[in-house]
Design a binder for this molecule. Structure first.
Ligand SMILES: [Zn+2]
Length: 76
């Protein structure tokens, strides 16, 4: 079950963008997907500076490309 047939936002305003599982609203990903990210990426994504939105776009572009989360690289 991929959840792809589920109407967008039917159960939560912001499901995990990678696997569509419900996640906490302030998290970028659900816990499972977050733990799949390389440690340096998680550290970078946890920073809330003026580059935070750019990093989030890189994360979403990576997911949209269908690449494994463990291969994500983000410039800090
Ligand atoms: Zn997920």
């Amino acid at each position: 079950m991929t959840g792809r047939s589920r109407p967008r936002g039917a159960y939560t305003a912001s499901p995990c963008p990678a696997c569509r599982a419900p996640k906490r609203s302030r998290w970028y990903l659900c816990g499972h997907c977050w733990n799949a990210l390389p440690e340096p990426v998680r550290t970078a994504l946890n920073l809330h500076d003026d580059q935070a939105h750019r990093r989030l776009r890189e994360l979403h572009a990576h997911i949209a490309a269908g690449l494994p989360l463990g291969q994500l690289e983000i410039n800090p």
